[in-house]
Ligand binder design. Structure first.
Ligand SMILES: [Zn+2]
Length: 319
């Protein structure tokens, strides 16, 4: 049996795990980055944590074929280089993959966290067995990863997949990316909460107060309320799904994918969002590609980060 190491680097929190060749997690743990340390020290620390985890697992190091590192921010996956890490700027310009790989003694590969999630679902999750897979993560932001003909599509400058910045309204809300009407402004965390608040007190009943997170309206609270039939919450999630469906329809017309795999916190609302998204997709996209494409929730859930990161190595070394 071959094994792969997954390093899910989240700026300050790092999750590390080992998966077997079937994508099952053998062992995992969580670590914290000391952001007062230099870039080189942080690289060494991550490698030490991984080394310790490997030691405790009892798996011979020779059976671990490689490591995949999933990271947010701008990066160069071919060189393994971090370019802009917002919260840990001392890592900017650091060759993360080479540094960690050198400490560990086996090859390491870097890619962004949404590509990692998409690869994880492609090899071991809801996208298994499909060739043309588009992964979306719905959270604070909206990210995308595109697999065409079984290969991750990165584009000329490795920035492909910015599905959150598809324009859905030419005169829409301003987006910090510089554009107007980006998808993310409507179905990212803030977009959902802002729409909910705008509709509150305008005639549709809501008992959202029973579900608040520390007194705050969050997509999670809205999803919980909706699951219990809260009318306004259902309305807002239905609208969220419809807006998602507008973007999926465009992607369907352009790329003719087999499956959309939707992950991230907000996707936990499941069919409350996905059903209106499917409906809108069918309504808007050309019939043939619309009938060919599935819209399904991500399967890997809490393990998506580790399995996805390890899948970066699987993609490089196995397929
Ligand atoms: Zn934007």
């Amino acid at each position: 049996m071959n094994y792969y190491l997954g390093i899910d680097f989240g700026g300050t929190e790092i999750k590390i795990g080992i998966i077997d060749e079937n994508g099952s997690i053998v062992t995992k743990d969580k670590y914290t980055t000391d952001t007062t340390k230099s870039g080189a020290e942080i690289v060494a620390h991550i490698a030490d944590c991984a080394q310790e985890l490997i030691g405790k697992s009892g798996i011979p190091k020779s059976a671990i074929k490689g490591a995949g590192i999933g990271s947010p921010g701008l990066l160069d996956p071919e060189k393994g280089l971090l370019k802009v890490v917002t919260n840990v700027p001392q890592l900017n310009g650091i060759n993360f993959a080479e540094g960690i790989g050198r400490h560990l003694g086996f090859p390491a590969f870097l890619d962004n966290d949404v590509n990692a999630m998409t690869l994880g679902e492609f090899f071991f999750g809801a996208g298994k067995g499909f060739k043309h897979v588009i992964g979306l993560t719905l959270g604070t932001g909206v990210g995308g990863g595109i697999i065409l003909d079984g290969k991750l599509y990165r584009g000329t400058s490795f920035t492909a997949g910015e599905i959150g910045h598809l324009s859905i309204d030419s005169n829409g809300l301003y987006c910090p990316c510089g554009n107007y009407g980006c998808l993310e402004r409507y179905i990212g965390k803030d977009g959902i909460v802002t729409r909910f608040k705008a509709y509150q007190g305008k005639g549709i009943e809501t008992g959202i107060n029973d579900y608040l997170d520390n007194g705050e309206i969050t997509p999670k609270a809205i999803a919980m309320a909706a699951a219990n039939g809260d009318k306004l919450s259902v309305e807002v999630l239905t609208e969220t799904g419809k807006i998602l469906g507008i973007a999926l329809a465009s992607l369907t017309n352009v790329l003719n994918p087999e499956i959309f795999v939707i992950g991230g916190g907000i996707a936990n609302a499941g069919d409350l969002i996905l059903e209106p998204a499917r409906h809108e997709l069918i309504k808007r996209a050309y019939t043939i590609p619309a009938q060919a494409v599935k819209v399904v929730p991500a399967a890997l859930k809490n393990d998506a980060g580790i399995v996805g990161s390890a899948s970066i190595a699987v993609a490089k070394l196995v397929r």
